[in-house]
Design a protein around this ligand. Structure first.
Ligand code: ATP
Length: 392
């Protein structure tokens, strides 16, 4: 088991604490569209305030300002939302200097070039400017990034521990690192980008009982299995990798399930029809799975004890191509006996936009890339810094 250094009252009392959250919330016209990332950081922030931290300095990035000051990506916009949820006044600081106030939010870490390069001079500037005595890493979704505000403070000698959110993510995801077969585990993988999912597919091709492949990803697997996918989105350069995944699954007796029928259209705004996969040709584009596939996938889900889902199984943003994704979400939510884990930015927003609540699943991971990299067995830089051996 991974031994993380936990947040304790003794560590916090009278200390100047720097906490790295991931408050990269979606914005529209300068307003926060969705604040669940802020809400999820509350257990850690409340713990720090309630256990007598001398000061709490909150660090986060927002968007991709590429080392430049981009006023629309200033973290200042977050202040009212944090104040409301935390019930404490929050003071904004445009740099890494400290005031006397109890809770301070600092400017977007990615406005500084040293953030992404993990420049230790930049990490030192943060450490000394804030007078950091304890560093708490709470943003699991940035734990796969070796950035200065994620790992740099530890590297310049600040005592480090794991925040509550990071700890709970690891607790839910760690059992799936098992190298042996996990009975009753079904992994559902969809979406479009094969590159980010290959390693996790290879891992679960050995340890899951079933893998269901949907979305544009399934098209690449269909090509690898010898089907014509017409003009559907698929990745030519990944066909060979898909073949490797199919071979691993066969060797380890893992059921790897591809759609047997699909919903196609020549244009997403035009008419669509259901066809068996062997009938796809010409200018047809596959945008979703068909009813026979949905029925058999839902049957597998119903009989699973554990479910992991990453990636929408169709072009869910456009009706009627949300049918498969909706059916998968519904059957996972209905299997109340099973442990269900969801992750990935698009997956979570698909599920929410289709009217499901996150409470219908056991754990909704805040990590997209971080969750996939963790599950494939990679040592995440941010997990490494909160391991006990690093600081004790
Ligand atoms: P994230 O990268 O944010 O974690 P994700 O892993 O959930 O997201 P992606 O690989 O980014 O998923 O792919 C999601 C996108 O794939 C969605 O926009 C969806 O519409 C698209 N998609 C899924 N199936 C198809 C398809 N058959 N044709 C075209 N686009 C598709």
């Amino acid at each position: 088991m991974l031994s993380l250094k936990p947040l304790t009252p003794e560590l916090v009392k009278n200390k100047v604490v720097v906490v790295r959250t991931d408050f990269n919330v979606p914005l529209k016209d300068g307003k926060i569209v969705e604040d669940s990332r802020i809400l999820l950081a509350m257990p850690t922030l409340q713990f720090l305030v309630q256990n007598g931290a001398k000061r709490v300095h909150i660090l986060t990035h927002m968007g991709r300002p590429k080392g430049e000051i981009v006023p629309e990506l200033s973290t200042k916009v977050l202040v009212p939302a944090i104040e409301k949820l935390l019930g404490e006044q929050v003071y904004f600081r445009s740099d890494f200097t400290a005031g006397n106030e109890r809770v301070q939010l600092h400017e977007n870490t990615r406005f500084w070039k040293g953030e992404k390069t993990n420049d230790l001079n930049f990490a030192q500037q943060i450490r000394d400017g804030l007078g950091a005595e304890l560093f708490v890493l709470d943003g699991f979704s940035v734990a796969h990034r070796a950035h200065a505000s994620v790992v740099g403070l530890t590297e310049v000698g600040v005592e480090t521990c794991a925040g509550r959110l990071l700890e709970s993510e690891i607790k839910y995801l760690e059992p799936f690192l098992s190298q042996t077969k996990i009975s009753g585990l079904t992994v559902i993988v969809g979406g479009a980008k094969m590159e980010t999912k290959v390693a996790v597919l290879k891992h679960f091709a050995k340890t899951a009982e079933n893998i269901i492949v949907g979305g544009a990803l399934a098209n690449t697997f269909l090509v690898a299995s010898g089907y014509d996918v017409g003009e559907s989105l698929f990745e030519e350069s990944e066909v060979e990798t898909a073949r490797e995944v199919l071979e691993i699954a066969e060797e380890y007796k893992t059921g790897l399930h591809l759609p047997v029928d699909v919903q196609v259209a020549s244009d997403p705004d035009g008419d669509s029809l259901y066809v068996p996969v062997e009938d796809v040709s010409g200018d047809m584009k596959i945008f979703d799975m068909g009813p026979r596939s949905i029925a058999s996938f839902c049957e597998i889900i119903t009989h699973s004890h554990t479910l992991i889902w990453n990636g929408p199984v169709g072009f869910f943003e456009k009706k009627p191509f949300d049918t498969g994704t909706k059916a998968i979400a519904e059957s996972i939510a209905k299997n109340a006996e099973a442990i269900s884990i969801l992750g990935g930015g698009d997956t979570v927003s698909a599920v929410k936009s289709l009217g499901f609540s996150t409470e219908q699943f056991t754990h909704v991971s805040t990590g997209g890339g971080a969750m996939l990299e963790f599950l494939e067995g990679k040592e995440l830089p941010g997990v490494k810094v909160v391991m006990k051996y690093v600081t004790s």
